[in-house]
Design a protein. Structure first.
Length: 275
């Protein structure tokens, strides 16, 4: 598929997906969603990729300003909701856990971590996209808002499930019921963001973090730990412990376990197999 609403690069183990509709503040469309899922599937299947970064075209002065207004106007005229995607859309992350087999929840089924580099406003689906990333870095002063209330929409794409788990019920109620704008500094204080950066250093800090993670943590550990974290939201503590014990037995037989031990003993960077 020709990329018209996104860009994709891979460099030093890191795949970067850029939302690229700067003339519309990187607003979300069905075409962008289709391309985004295709690129996620591509990155997840690429053995050379260890970490995925998602950001917005800086010329758009936004990470993602939400759903494109033109699409909202069209839906209003039609009198019905239309996501603007086809039945043949890629399904990255599907098949790992039935709980992940839905729009945006598919992030949790990916085998690689996703970092959102929020370099401008994140509204509506832009907030959703950031929330479904594993880690969130943002430029100081960045504006966030759920925005659904002004259009008579519900909380979008599982935010009512996810946001309370990230920042707690009281704070999530504040954000989702009021639809108010909150800034990166407050988002950091409430636990939504992992780090606030300057505009000049955001991408450097994101890539440094991603490279450190790719170098120090084995691909198998990243994959299984992510699935544990998100899978545990749907099971009991006892089930989580039992599954972790099963994984310990299985993963101790993998070559990366022995490599990790040797690298630690020899005080060097591990040479992960990538499996």
């Amino acid at each position: 598929m020709e990329l018209k609403a996104t860009r994709y690069t891979v460099e030093q183990d890191i795949a970067t997906i850029t939302l690229a509709r700067p003339e519309r503040r990187n607003a979300w469309t069905g075409r962008m969603h289709t391309e985004y899922r295709q690129l996620l599937a591509q990155a997840d299947a690429d053995a050379a990729v260890r970490v995925i970064v998602v950001t917005g075209d800086p010329a758009g002065k936004a990470f993602c300003a939400g759903a494109d207004l033109g699409g909202l106007e069209k839906m209003s005229e039609q009198g019905e909701y239309d996501a603007g995607i086809g039945d043949d859309i890629a399904t990255p992350g599907y098949g790992v856990n039935p709980a992940f087999d839905a729009a945006f929840a598919y992030h949790f089924g990916l085998s690689k971590p996703v970092i959102a580099a929020v370099n401008g406003a994140a509204a509506g689906v832009g907030l959703v996209l950031a929330a479904f990333a594993d880690l969130r870095f943002a430029v100081a002063g960045t504006k966030f808002t759920a925005a659904h209330g002004r259009f008579n929409f519900p909380a979008e794409y599982g935010l009512s499930w996810l946001l309370p788990r990230i920042i707690g019920l009281a704070r999530a109620n504040d954000i989702l019921l009021s639809n108010r704008v909150f800034l990166a500094e407050e988002a950091l204080a409430m636990g939504f963001l992992n780090r606030v950066c300057s505009a000049d250093t955001l991408m450097d800090e994101v890539y440094d973090y991603a490279r450190s993670m790719a170098e120090s943590v084995s691909p198998g550990s990243l994959r299984e730990t992510r699935w544990q974290i998100y899978g545990d939201q749907h099971r009991t503590l006892a089930e989580s412990v039992a599954d972790s014990e099963r994984l310990l037995r299985e993963m101790a037989r993998h070559p990366d376990y022995a490599e990790g031990v040797r690298a630690w003993q020899e005080k060097r960077r591990p040479d992960w197999s990538g499996d």
